[in-house]
Write a protein that binds this ligand. Structure first.
Ligand SMILES: [Cu+2]
Length: 67
């Protein structure tokens, strides 16, 4: 079973942004899948033991602001 955490990301406006953010988050240890929803500006991150701070850092390093 995996835990899913949803983050709200500011500034994702197109599929290119979505790809960038999900690629960055996929690099975080423990992340199994990511699911970006451009319409709502959210990303769902699935994995059993994902470090919250690492996900936030990955998103902001990719150039986006995470709430
Ligand atoms: Cu974009």
């Amino acid at each position: 079973m995996s835990d899913i955490t949803e983050y709200t990301v500011q500034g994702m406006t197109c599929t290119s942004c979505a790809t960038k953010v999900s690629a960055a988050v996929n690099q975080v240890p423990g992340v199994i899948t990511t699911d970006v929803d451009l319409a709502t500006g959210t990303i769902k991150v699935a994995g059993p033991d994902v470090n919250d701070t690492a996900v936030r850092t990955a998103i902001s390093d990719a150039g986006y602001q995470v709430n």
